[in-house]
Design a protein around this ligand. Structure first.
Ligand SMILES: [Zn+2]
Length: 176
């Protein structure tokens, strides 16, 4: 259509709106509001989907370390193979860093030898574990051990949140 026809079209449009009954104008406006709302809701749902997708993406990015997928696997004691936590058990991955005492302490050293461990499964309820032992508090911190052979620490209890933080680096993934 040529640009010359535009004024005529607008004029026609203006006239036809003016000729509508007030109820019809109202309905037309309601229709528009309804469509706008529908559009807004749809775009919000799309935004939400995109957010979820981006969270999933970042989760995959952080999963460079294969241990991160342990939540979907059963973790066992690396010494006696006793099951510590079953796959699918309720736990949340946290990048927390913590100085965990070494499982084997050098007898000739008078202080507790520790290593920095980062990445823990955070567990709210101790009954989430299949088997786990707790040490007496050492310097105010309780540690998690294998319930069967007492190998550990395999994690610790956060003294402020009371969450159990399980270190997958101290455990083995059970071969299915
Ligand atoms: Zn064990």
């Amino acid at each position: 259509m040529s640009s010359g026809s535009t004024p005529a079209l607008s004029a026609f449009s203006a006239v036809s709106t003016a000729n509508l009954q007030p109820e019809a104008v109202c309905l037309a406006k309601l229709d528009k509001i309804y469509l706008d709302l529908l559009h807004a809701t749809t775009s919000q749902i799309k935004q939400k989907d995109e957010l979820i997708e981006s969270f999933k993406q970042s989760d995959f990015v952080q999963s460079g370390n294969s241990l991160h997928s342990a939540r979907y696997e059963t973790l066992i004691c690396e010494i006696c193979s006793s099951i510590v936590i079953r796959k699918g058990a309720d736990s949340t991955w946290t990048e927390t860093q913590f100085e965990l005492p070494l499982p084997r302490q050098n007898k000739n050293v008078d202080h507790t030898q520790k290593e920095s461990v980062s990445g823990f499964w955070s567990i709210i309820d101790m009954y989430t574990f299949e088997n786990v032992g707790f040490t007496h508090a050492v310097d105010g911190i309780k540690y998690l051990t294998c319930a069967d052979c007492e190998f550990g620490p395999i994690g610790y209890v956060d003294s402020s949140t009371k969450l159990c933080l399980l270190a997958p680096v101290r455990l083995k993934v059970k071969e299915e």
